[in-house]
Design a protein around this ligand. Structure first.
Ligand SMILES: Cc1ncc(COP(=O)(O)O)c(C=O)c1O
Length: 422
């Protein structure tokens, strides 16, 4: 049954006990947790495919997938089995020793990406920290260019919440109150090659870091030629090019990595370093920084580390995610479903020209840019049982599981259309 046909269906099966539990847990969370999140007053209990259920039994159609994380949906049997099997064998033993799941994951990622070397951490921010540290150390110790310390980043970018990654995040709201920031960072407009050229200096610039498609900044696709031009510019000037593919990587845009179709189908633009996290292990925390053999020379024994990074559990989960994406043909599915979703969002723009201004994105990372604040729309959708998220303040973002069905997308589009019409 379509959710739009019966908006009350989500309340069916909810329990009074569940409502009491939910209220108690929300109160307790608000008393005990630091107040840094804007959480909805909902306590989620379990997930199944593209559905989430709260403790009252209410069902939500999940078009957010844990902010672009649950690539296989919730409780995928092969991911669950891989995690259980690994947990029964070895969860963690530190990076003092080698472990087979991590080595196999590295082999697999190297084959899929063409990057021969990698470092594993636990999050996107940690992967980006590793990229920044490697770039700085490479310039100072390998390229013998100690003056090349400046990081060039883009306005509207998002790279994480640690001190270094907020310092290179081109949105003032994330930096306010946390100064002083990392030194030697400069920002340029995203998509502006002339500005990049003017900012890069052979004496001063260490690296240029950007998302090949900005996610948090509002699902922004760069103009044609930008990524290729930047690649050339960085090559000519000895600047390390870093792609933050934390949100776009691992199938999200319809190829394994967004760089592989940066300028269109088959038109790859390979950076020197790429970072991954989010969906890589389907919800088990992991981050990865992949790089060329040359740049990897910047790290020597003892220069960088992470206690949990790429542990046996996370690596086994990531291997299972990669296997399922391949065996279930999910890249082609993402391209087809992405086109379907894009057409649906175009139709919403045509139907609601006052509110919906633009449909944009690639694969299953899509945004509907609204005329104003997207929060009330996303809140109203959630009240109707549809989970979406806000990007860049005015954009409603879709980042569903890669195995989402056309029927589920249609259900979501119908609900969003109803909210826009209200
Ligand atoms: C492009 C990008 N980089 C980095 C991050 C930070 O990742 P994490 O929250 O895992 O540290 C995010 C998170 O949204 C992201 O979208």
């Amino acid at each position: 049954m379509s959710a739009s046909a019966d908006p009350n269906q989500h309340a069916k099966g909810t329990t009074a006990d569940g409502a009491v539990t939910q209220a108690r847990l929300v109160d307790s969370a608000r008393a005990h947790l630091t107040g840094n999140y804007r959480q909805a007053p909902i306590v989620m209990e379990r997930g199944e495919g593209r559905q989430l259920y709260d403790v009252t039994g209410r069902r939500y159609l999940d078009m957010t997938a844990g902010i672009a994380v649950n690539l296989l949906g919730h409780s995928h049997p092969r991911l669950t089995a891989a995690i259980a099997a690994q947990a029964g064998k070895l969860i963690h033993c530190s990076n003092l020793y080698f472990i087979e799941p991590q080595v196999r994951l590295a082999e697999r990622l190297a084959a899929l990406s063409g990057f021969p070397r990698m470092f594993f951490g636990n999050s996107g921010a940690e992967a980006n920290e590793a990229a920044l540290k490697l770039a700085r150390r490479y310039q100072q110790h390998v390229a013998a260019a100690p003056g090349r310390i400046e990081i060039v980043a883009c306005h509207g970018s998002f790279h994480g919440r640690t001190m270094a990654t907020v310092s290179i995040t081109g949105q003032e709201k994330y930096r306010q109150g946390f100064g002083p920031m990392l030194e030697a960072v400069r920002f340029v407009p995203y998509g502006d090659l002339d500005a990049a050229r003017a900012a890069i200096s052979q004496e001063r610039t260490c690296a240029f870091v950007l998302e090949p498609l900005q996610g948090e900044g509002g699902v922004r696709v760069p103009p044609p030629g930008y990524l290729r031009g930047l690649r050339e510019l960085c090559g000519e000037t000895g600047t390390i090019l870093i792609y933050d593919e934390v949100q776009t990587g691992v199938g999200r845009t319809g190829e394994w990595f967004a760089f592989q179709h940066a300028e269109g189908p088959g038109q790859a633009v390979q950076p020197d370093i790429m970072t991954l996290a989010k969906g890589l292990a389907g919800g088990v925390p992991i981050g990865a920084m992949l790089c060329s053999d040359e740049v990897a020379k910047g790290f020597e024994p003892g220069t960088h580390a992470s206690t949990f990074g790429g542990n046996a559990l996370a690596s086994a989960a990531a291997l299972a995610v990669l296997e399922v994406i391949e065996s279930e043909g999910l890249l082609a599915h993402v391209r087809a479903m992405g086109d379907h979703l894009g057409r649906g969002l175009d139709a919403l723009c045509a139907a609601h020209p006052g509110q919906a201004k633009e449909s944009r994105g690639k694969g299953l990372l899509r945004g509907l840019a609204l005329a104003g604040d997207a929060v009330p729309t996303v809140t109203a959708c959630r009240e109707q049982g549809l989970l979406l998220s806000v990007a860049g303040g005015t954009v409603v973002r879709f980042a569903p599981a890669l195995n989402v069905t056309a029927a589920e997308l249609d259900e979501a589009l119908a609900l969003l259309g109803k909210v826009l019409a209200a």
